[in-house]
Write a protein that binds this ligand. Structure first.
Ligand code: SF4
Length: 119
């Protein structure tokens, strides 16, 4: 079986061609760096994603957030439910951990912007 992917690790977007046999990656072509090779292997065997979203602050502002590492793609929906149910206290600073070890993935949800207490 052959899968054709676009590498999403950087903006170059290299087209990848992955040959799979019995769920095992046999070859990867099209990548122009080792990160693309890793992406192709991960995407075919155990896809991972960084989650980028917003959380609500108690004063009604929305604060941009992201996971500080990738999580299994199959946990993204559950992760978004958790993020949508979260209301945070201000102030927050960039990189501040708002949720730890999301769903046991080892990833934390961190703020990607500063927000002070006053509007
Ligand atoms: S293979 Fe390397 S250069 Fe190409 S898109 Fe992926 S990370 Fe970027």
């Amino acid at each position: 079986m052959v899968r054709e992917l676009t590498c999403i690790v950087c903006p170059k977007g290299c087209p990848l061609r992955v040959e799979l046999e019995d769920g095992v990656v046999k070859s990867v072509t099209g990548h122009t760096c080792p990160r693309g090779l890793q992406y192709a292997n991960d995407e075919c065997i155990h896809p991972m994603r960084t989650v980028t979203s917003t959380v609500l602050a108690k004063d009604g502002r929305v604060i941009p957030v992201k996971t500080d590492r990738t999580i299994p793609k199959e946990k993204m929906f559950e992760c978004m439910e958790l993020i949508n149910a979260t209301v945070i206290e201000l102030p927050v600073t960039v990189g501040q951990v708002l949720l730890s070890d999301i769903l046991g993935t080892g990833a934390n949800l961190v703020a990607t912007a500063n927000a002070d207490e006053s509007l």
